[in-house]
Design a protein around this ligand. Structure first.
Ligand code: HEM
Length: 127
């Protein structure tokens, strides 16, 4: 296995860990579970998400992929930014439970879109 493939595997592993942790935290927040305040719950996601972003940057460095402003990578990046904003509203900034739940569902939809873009290399995976 070459370096690129190893980093890509790390990237995809972090994707799975990141979304699993997000779903778990989202459910805990909506249920008002005490687990939301646990130290591990607050620290682990930073570790996973930093590794996810670091692997993304390394893949860019090792490949010739560059966001051009209109390609799949640009749309993926915009999707990731939107996912982060929605995630912050769902887990922290949302004022009502309804707002948090809507942001949580929207974040999951945007995440699915990002995975679709990554797997197909298309801006609109179903289009
Ligand atoms: C929520 C965040 C992200 C998700 C869900 C995600 C998902 C994925 C998935 C599933 C793959 C594997 C595609 C395949 O097997 O062909 C992949 C590859 C890749 N991702 Fe991400 N990614 C995320 C963030 C990022 C970011 C922020 C960047 C860059 C700025 C990035 C750049 C790449 C690159 C360059 C590849 C390799 C593409 C290839 O070799 O065909 N990813 N990503």
């Amino acid at each position: 296995m070459d370096h690129y493939q190893i980093i890509k595997n790390l990237h995809v592993t972090c994707v799975v860990l990141s979304i699993s942790g997000f779903v778990l935290r989202g459910v805990w927040v909506l249920r008002g579970s005490p687990w939301t305040g646990h130290r591990l719950t607050r620290v682990l996601p930073h570790f996973v998400d930093t590794t996810l972003l670091a692997s993304a940057v390394t893949l860019l460095y090792l490949s010739s992929y560059r966001p051009t402003g209109s390609d799949w990578l640009t749309f993926k990046l915009l999707g990731v930014l939107l996912y982060i904003v929605l995630g912050v509203v769902a887990l922290r900034a949302g004022r009502t439970q309804r707002q948090q739940a809507s942001a949580f569902i929207a974040a999951l939809l945007v995440f699915t879109y990002v995975v679709g873009v990554a797997l197909t290399g298309q801006r609109w995976p179903l289009g």
